[in-house]
Design a protein around this ligand. Structure first.
Ligand code: TRP
Length: 369
């Protein structure tokens, strides 16, 4: 279906504070999209139900992190006047939609989803068994997206298989029940390092359990410790005068993701841009200490305003709570309307009005006995 509207929906699992990987991979983009004026509606959801699919035994963690995630949203500049922030578990239409969509996908198709496969391995579910809710969360995610009639879904690269699956479910639904759902499209960051920022230790991804994250709410001291203590440069670059290598050099990976020409003007004017700095590093004569110091300044110029904004909101949790209440009420209206449309298309809208009485009466009159 085409609603002729541009609508964004995206979500995060509230399992911890958000970090720089979230920031470059998605949060920064969301703020730009929010402020672009190109979208009729922007919805951001805290996916607590999805978080429970692999944290059923630890609801406390989810409950505690809802406030962390919403504070991170507000501190990066997501504005409740422009973006509706809502909580998944308080939107019952999503549960109903999930149950209906479950019939439009096979267990074999779900088992093929590479992101879910990787997550199953990561969580050790191979041995203890995969919770059915976890196995089917791509279906619930399809409910999230379609319930808001979202046509644009800004996500990280790892979510592409989810979107593919969502599109299949939408196409199947529309084929069986008539044109009802909006076909969504993923929007991923253009810059490759932004798509997949490694941890400070160079490992594939920032992850809490690996301790290789820089969180948006970390203190300058912690940021410095992560950079100076954990970040790899070039093991062959022993003396400053040695030629340096950029491959696998995490400091330069981060500079690729975060530094701008303005940062050079402000903090390292001997180079006009990152290319000049890289050339010098490769030639030899540029020390790792200088590179790390510059990276710290770059990151701080991004993190300091976010940190300050967070501290402000932390003093006013009453208002933060009301933002969630209002956003969730708005989202409930939207998602309930979609559910009504879906139930009508599926012809299970028995109680929408009393028109089925006449249908049943006619049917009974015609039935031969
Ligand atoms: N699975 C997503 C993640 O882990 C979170 C999510 C839940 C989501 N529902 C969504 C993302 C709907 C996009 C659209 O990051």
């Amino acid at each position: 279906m085409n609603t002729n509207k541009n609508i964004i929906l995206t979500a995060d699992r509230p399992t911890g504070r958000l970090h720089l990987g979230h920031y470059v991979g998605s949060l920064k983009r969301r703020v730009e999209l929010q402020n672009s004026g190109k979208f009729d509606k922007v919805f951001i959801m805290i996916a607590d139900d999805q978080a429970l699919t692999d944290n059923a035994d630890n609801p406390r963690k989810i409950r505690d992190n809802i406030v962390n995630v919403v504070l991170d949203y507000l501190s990066v500049g997501l504005d409740p006047a422009k973006t509706t922030i809502c909580v998944q578990s308080a939107l019952p239409a999503l549960h109903a939609l999930t149950f209906y969509y479950m019939n439009l996908v096979t267990t074999a198709r779900l088992a093929r989803n590479p992101t879910v496969k990787a997550e199953i391995q990561l969580r050790g579910f191979e041995d203890e068994g995969v919770p059915a809710g976890f196995f089917t969360y791509p279906v619930s995610q399809t409910a999230d997206i379609t319930a808001f009639d979202a046509n644009v879904v800004p996500v990280g690269e790892d979510q592409l298989p989810m979107l593919e699956q969502s599109r299949e479910i939408v196409e199947r639904f529309n084929r069986i029940y008539g044109d009802t759902l909006v076909l969504p499209k993923a929007l991923i960051p253009e810059n490759e390092t932004q798509r997949r920022l490694p941890g400070v230790d160079g490992k594939a991804k920032m992850s809490k359990s690996l301790g290789n994250c820089i969180y948006l709410s970390d203190s300058p001291k912690t940021v410095k410790k992560q950079i100076n203590g954990k970040m790899f440069t070039d093991p062959l670059h022993l003396r400053i005068t040695d030629p340096g290598h950029l491959e696998g050099n995490v400091v330069f990976t981060y500079l690729d993701a975060f530094s701008t020409d303005d940062h050079f003007k402000e903090f390292l004017p001997e180079y006009a841009n990152l290319d000049e700095m890289k050339e010098h590093y490769k030639r030899g004569g540029l020390g790792d200490g200088t590179c790390k110091k510059f990276l710290f300044q770059v990151l701080e110029s991004i993190l300091a305003p976010i940190r300050a904004e967070r501290q402000k909101w932390e003093q006013d949790i009453d208002t933060v709570y009301d933002i969630l209440v209002d956003g969730t009420a708005k989202a409930r209206e939207t998602t309930n309307a979609t559910l009504a449309r879906v139930e009508k298309a599926m012809r299970i809208d028995y109680f929408a009005d009393r028109s089925i009485i006449k249908e049943w009466e006619d049917l009974l009159r015609k039935t031969e006995r």
